[in-house]
Design a protein around this ligand. Structure first.
Ligand code: HPA
Length: 293
């Protein structure tokens, strides 16, 4: 990109940047007109990206070819959007996201959600790898988020509000759609297990927590800890997009088990629950999309 284009890029407001990213995706999709536009999107967290390979008749769009899109640098994040079918439903799957610890602002980390909403996505399923604080959870458990605590020290809506996106002061009392959670619970039960629900505390990372920080998080009501998801939830709710979020407890949080937490363990656990996770997502996406209509 020339320096002239860079200046122009900086001058563009976020709405225009989201619209131009959405336009490039629409153009790619026009190569397969039968796909139509996605109604639902899923963001795949660390070690959970393989769901995108399940989509039929896919188009894969690398983040690098979508204007204004942030690039993921974390290991375990492929960095592309795959749009394809589950049955009759068109799904956009984001293989990888960016995080605050990569040097992005909360606003930048949530930009892909702006683009998905501009594409027409009405419901969003966010997934992540998280540390388990609630001792009832075991390693590998899938947990639905019922609420969150934002401890990232920032908010993606900081700065001037663009009323075309949503209101200045959006409510967060029901950020995690209760009907979607009931659908997920029912789907898990049909697959032979119960899903727990819990409160997710978002920290900036990238260092894992200390045992003292985990005791503090437990005291303030957190069941899970992670470094993502919350900016995306806030931006989705700002735009009226309905949210379901699922954590995979890839490790027990610091001080709750022996030894140091490491990213390899996080990826390995993601890999271990892969079958369960894929089956759950495949069962719930069509039902959630139907509920959102
Ligand atoms: N802490 C924060 N983020 C995480 C963890 C953790 O223990 N595991 C996976 N993501």
């Amino acid at each position: 990109m020339s320096s002239h284009a860079d200046v122009k890029h900086l001058a563009m407001d976020e709405y225009t940047r989201a619209e131009s990213a959405a336009n490039v995706i629409r153009m790619q999709l026009s190569q397969k007109p039968h796909l139509g536009l996605p109604e639902i999107a899923v963001v795949l967290g660390s070690g959970l990206g393989s769901f995108a390979d399940e989509l039929a008749d896919p188009i894969a769009i690398p983040y690098g070819s979508i204007p204004n899109f942030p690039r993921s640098t974390a290991i375990g994040h492929a960095g592309r959007m795959v749009i394809g079918k589950i049955g009759d439903l068109t799904v956009a799957a984001m293989q990888g996201r960016v995080h605050q610890y990569e040097g992005y602002s909360s606003r930048e980390a949530a930009f892909p959600v702006r683009v998905l909403a501009r594409l027409g996505v009405k419901s969003l399923v966010l997934t992540n790898a998280a540390g388990g604080i609630n001792p009832l959870y075991g390693q590998g458990a899938l947990v639905l988020l019922s609420d969150h605590i934002n401890l990232q020290g920032t908010n993606p809506l900081n700065g001037p509000n663009d009323d075309r996106f949503g209101p200045r002061f959006p409510g967060m009392s029901e950020a995690y759609n209760p009907g979607f959670r009931r659908i997920a619970q029912a789907a898990a039960r049909e697959l032979g297990y119960e899903l727990n629900e819990g409160v997710y505390a978002a920290l900036s990372g990238p260092s894992y927590e200390t045992p003292a920080e985990i005791r503090y998080l437990r005291t303030i009501g957190a069941d899970l800890v992670g470094m993502s998801t919350v900016p995306e939830v806030i931006v989705a709710r700002h735009m009226g997009v309905e949210v379901l979020a699922i954590s995979c407890v890839t490790n027990m949080a610091a001080g709750l088990s022996d030894g140091e937490i490491n990213h390899e363990e996080v990826l390995e656990t993601g890999e271990r629950v892969r079958g369960t996770f894929l089956a759950l997502l495949t069962a719930i996406l069509p039902r959630i999309a139907a509920e959102a209509k």
